[in-house]
Design a protein around this ligand. Structure first.
Ligand SMILES: NC(=O)c1ccc[n+]([C@@H]2O[C@H](COP(=O)([O-])OP(=O)(O)OC[C@H]3O[C@@H](n4cnc5c(N)ncnc54)[C@H](O)[C@@H]3O)[C@@H](O)[C@H]2O)c1
Length: 254
């Protein structure tokens, strides 16, 4: 008999930044494990296509434009998901931006934009969904941090700062909501080949410099992150909270 610990049948998942990249791959992976999906991104572009892919896997899917930089938009999106599915069992806080600049060139706008999306947006999504999970005494929150959530890299001071914040926020929320059986964990991906990292992939010197940091010797594909997300969303991880699960090819083992 197959191990049933990864079964997500009957669960509803809310995924931010689900239109492409890691968010899309995680959404499809959760659907393949049985979850229904509420798919959000800053705009509706591409979301309907992902919803069709979810439905093709036999699961329900709804979409909404949610700008995580706006608390009002987050609250509207979470309200719509609750009206659609009645509950949210899994939150994947995936939406994020990375617009690197040397520290001496960082502008106030660049700084504020990273904080608004990567940190404030993630916090208020966790708060809006966490409120309902705490009330129901059940839930799984998965925050997408980064390798750069525990080690620094130039010229990514502001991005690293936000991802370090995500790592510690994960631990603090895990402690606060553990009495309510709400699990809060994070994933720390290495360099994954998505639109977000196109500028690195297109720069052979920068790309090779990053690959040299990865003992397993390759960059990640979005599919490399999916298993970690299914694990942290599922009953298999019921005694795991406050954890940062690295999917980094060994980068941070050094
Ligand atoms: N690609 C990597 O190498 C890598 C490594 C570590 C961590 N991460 C993290 O993984 C997450 C996903 O990255 P990706 O590589 O798939 O990026 P991506 O740029 O391919 O996709 C990002 C998604 O977030 C959405 N988004 C951006 N701003 C938003 C906003 N204000 N409100 C709502 N949605 C918004 C985009 O529309 C898109 O759907 C990010 O948090 C990123 O920091 C990526």
């Amino acid at each position: 008999m197959a191990y049933s610990g990864f079964d997500l049948s009957g669960k509803a998942a809310f995924v931010t930044g689900a239109s492409r990249g890691i968010g899309r791959a995680i959404a499809l992976g959760l659907a393949e494990s049985g979850a229904d999906l509420f798919l959000c991104s800053r705009t509706l572009a591409d979301l309907q296509a992902v919803a069709r892919e979810v439905r093709a896997r036999g699961r329900k899917a709804e979409v909404a434009a949610v700008d995580v930089g706006s608390v009002e938009s987050i609250q509207a999106g979470v309200g719509a998901a609750l009206r659609t599915f009645g509950q949210i069992d899994i939150l994947v806080n995936n939406a994020g931006i990375n617009k690197p600049l040397p520290a001496l060139e960082v502008t106030e706008d660049n700084f504020n934009e990273h904080v608004a999306v990567n940190l404030k947006g993630l916090f208020f999504c966790a708060q809006a969904v966490g409120r309902t999970m705490v009330a129901r005494r059940t839930g799984k929150i998965i925050n997408i941090s980064s390798t750069l959530g525990i080690v620094g890299a130039a010229p990514r001071s502001v991005y690293s700062m936000t991802k370090g914040g995500v790592t510690l926020l994960t631990k603090a929320l895990a402690l606060e909501w553990a009495p309510f059986n709400v699990h809060v964990n994070a994933i720390g991906p290495t360099l994954i080949r998505t639109d977000l990292t196109r500028f690195v992939q297109d720069d052979p010197v920068a790309y090779d410099r990053m690959l040299a940091k990865i003992p397993l010797g390759r960059a990640g594909e979005v599919q490399d992150v999916v298993g970690a997300a299914i694990y942290l969303a599922s009953p298999a991880s019921d005694l795991v909270t406050g954890h940062l699960l690295m999917v980094d090819g060994g980068w941070t083992a050094q």
